[in-house]
Every structure is written in structure tokens, then in C-alpha cells.
Design a protein around this ligand. Structure first.
Ligand SMILES: C[S@@+](CC[C@H](N)C(=O)[O-])C[C@H]1O[C@@H](n2cnc3c(N)ncnc32)[C@H](O)[C@@H]1O
Length: 185
């Protein structure tokens, strides 16, 4: 039982293979709100330079401890409710897997992601909204900050287990997963 749960916790997002296929020459990734790093580790294993940020120091410490020998891991404690500390067009891929619900200034956040993403880059956004009971239709209303800045390439209505975003087998909580490309402004 404990082992099965552990394996589920380590599952990465089901869309990562897809975005790597869409951007095979990608070299730099940013994982915003990386948590325990289930997605960060996927990109490390693919040989990319992986920047990951989280406001929670304990999560970052656990990730650093588990990947201590990785010199391509660049972890940073950072609050994504403020401007992100990266230069324009830094990243080939940016992912936000279940951080978005914690963002207060959604327009400002969308602008920051757009600013630091390369113009040929890909942004993967996966989210539900606290209190985690919103329908897919209602969740889609939270996409408006991204619409004028990004072109939606793929959109999936997904579910995950209550309290465990890594397990998409159990259809407890509706969520949205989007693959986006930046519009040239
Ligand atoms: C639901 S977890 C998702 C973790 C990981 N992305 C995943 O998919 O497994 C949300 C993460 O966002 C982080 N977080 C919440 N608010 C944040 C903020 N303002 N800035 C940066 N990270 C934040 C939390 O500490 C937590 O690790």
C-alpha cells in the first residue's frame, strides 16, 4: 500500500512527453511551483538545464537532497506572486503544474511567464482552483489572463485524485491542462 502510494507520488505530468516532442531542441526549462520536483526530475533525466522555483524551502531542500549530484539543477526559493527573477526570453519550456491557484495577480503572472519564455517556447499550464470542486467549464474562465498573450495549442480536460495531483487515474477533481505558445506582441 505504502509503496503504491509512493510510486503514484513520483509520477510526472502526462503531458511532458508531448511538450518535449513539440520542442525537441529545448535546452532550458523552468518549473514554477516545483514542489517535490516530480516534473523537474523528468527534465533532468532528459538532460536539460532545469531551473525550478518554489516558495516552500522544505520542498526545495528535499528536491536538492534527492538530486544532489545533478549539476544541471538550478533551484531557487522564490514567490511567484512577484516579478520572476529571470531575463526576457530565457526559457525554452516553462511549466506550471498546479501553482496557478496560488497566484493573486493573474494578469501580472501571465505577463511574467510570457516575458521570460522564448518566442519559440512552450508553456504548459495545469490547474484546478481552490476549493477544488470547480467544473471544467468554470475552470476555463480562469484562462482569460493568458488568452491575449498566448496561443492555445492543446487543451485537455483532466482529473486527479483528491489531494494528489500526480494520480490522474481517480476522477475526483476536475483540472485543465494546456499547451501554449507565446504570441508575438
Ligand atoms: C500543488 S503543489 C504542485 C507541485 C508540483 N508542481 C507538482 O505538480 O507536483 C503547489 C506548489 O506551489 C508552491 N507554491 C505555492 N504558492 C507559491 C508561490 N506564491 N510562489 C512559488 N511557489 C508557490 C507550493 O509550495 C507547492 O510546492
Amino acid at each position: 500500500m505504502g509503496k503504491a502510494l509512493l510510486e503514484v507520488d513520483l509520477l510526472y505530468s502526462g503531458r511532458l512527453d508531448e511538450i518535449m516532442a513539440l520542442h525537441p531542441e529545448a535546452e532550458t526549462v523552468l518549473d514554477i511551483g516545483c514542489g517535490n520536483g516530480r516534473n523537474t526530475k523528468y527534465f533532468l533525466n532528459k538532460g536539460l538545464d532545469v531551473y525550478c522555483i518554489d516558495v516552500d524551502l522544505e520542498s526545495l531542500k528535499m528536491l536538492i537532497a534527492s538530486e544532489a549530484d545533478r549539476y544541471t539543477l538550478m533551484p531557487l526559493r522564490c514567490n511567484a506572486n512577484f516579478p520572476l527573477p529571470f531575463r526576457d526570453k530565457t526559457f525554452d519550456i516553462i511549466i506550471d503544474s498546479y501553482l496557478y491557484t496560488f497566484i493573486r495577480d493573474r494578469m501580472g503572472y501571465a505577463g511574467e511567464v510570457h516575458r521570460i519564455l522564448d518566442e519559440n517556447g512552450i508553456f504548459l499550464l495545469e490547474f484546478d482552483m481552490t476549493p477544488h470542486i470547480y467544473t471544467h467549464e468554470k475552470l476555463e474562465k480562469y484562462l482569460h489572463p493568458f488568452i491575449c498573450l498566448f496561443r492555445i495549442e492543446r487543451k485537455y480536460r483532466i482529473y486527479h485524485e483528491w489531494g494528489n495531483v500526480a494520480n490522474e487515474e481517480l476522477r475526483h477533481v476536475p483540472a485543465i491542462s494546456l499547451v501554449m505558445r507565446p504570441k508575438l506582441l
